[in-house]
Design a protein around this ligand. Structure first.
Ligand code: B4P
Length: 182
């Protein structure tokens, strides 16, 4: 069973949902940069104050801030882990490679959750989080296409990428993921 994984996909593709299921079933650490940043906002920390408006506009938080959060949280983990929402651009992917080299925990598998854009918009509008209004969703999707999508090729070239059809019910998607984990 592979132990060091990451989920790639557009906002609303089901990364958070599937990463949580998989981490619970395998007792892996689920490291969602979005969740960790939202916690900082909730607790009104200095970091939270810095990122609140950026996140509400649907833009990406600076690479350095997110890298610090990832480093702090990965260090605590001797078990398997699932990264969800990180990396989101090529610079973050390079930083992640460096960090993982240092701690000698190479990435073993990348799941790319593939889904049509109309389905994403409907899902996010239904969820109704603070950054789930139509204008912000359009910004997030534009940033995703421009900066995150190139990571599909990046991980394909490293032979780590697995396609998952994410336009279906939760169980079918998670069975497909489990099959590919083996
Ligand atoms: P995230 O928290 O990562 O949010 P997201 O991309 O919108 O995806 P999410 O994981 O929430 O959606 P999911 O598919 O699980 O990021 C939020 C913000 O944080 C970013 O915009 C950015 O500002 C900042 N940030 C985070 N990481 C960063 C980084 N690395 N660098 C810089 N900034 C960063 O689920 C969506 C909905 O669909 C849910 O309601 C779910 O219940 C539903 N759903 C899931 N699967 C379904 C299915 N199969 N059928 C029907 N509904 C389903």
């Amino acid at each position: 069973m592979k132990k060091h994984l990451l989920f790639l996909g557009a906002p609303g593709a089901g990364k958070g949902t599937q990463a949580e299921l998989l981490s619970k079933n395998n007792s892996y650490l689920h490291l969602s940069t979005g969740e960790l940043l939202r916690k900082e906002i909730e607790m009104n920390t200095n970091l939270g104050k810095q990122v609140k408006d950026i996140m509400n506009r649907g833009e990406l938080v600076s690479d350095n801030l997110v890298l610090e959060i990832v480093k702090q949280n990965l260090d605590k983990s001797n078990k398997g882990w699932i990264l969800d929402g990180y990396p989101r651009n090529l610079s973050q992917a390079n930083s992640l490679d460096e960090v993982l080299n240092k701690i000698n925990q190479p990435l073993e598998l990348v799941f790319y959750l593939d889904i049509p854009e109309e389905v994403l918009i409907q899902r996010l509008l239904l969820r109704g989080r603070k950054d789930d209004n139509e204008e912000t969703i359009r910004t997030r999707l534009k940033i995703y296409r421009e900066t995150t999508e190139p990571l599909i090729e990046y991980y394909k070239d490293l032979s780590l990428l697995h396609y998952i059809n994410a336009d279906g019910d939760l169980k079918t998607i998670s069975s497909d993921i489990n099959r590919k984990m083996a």
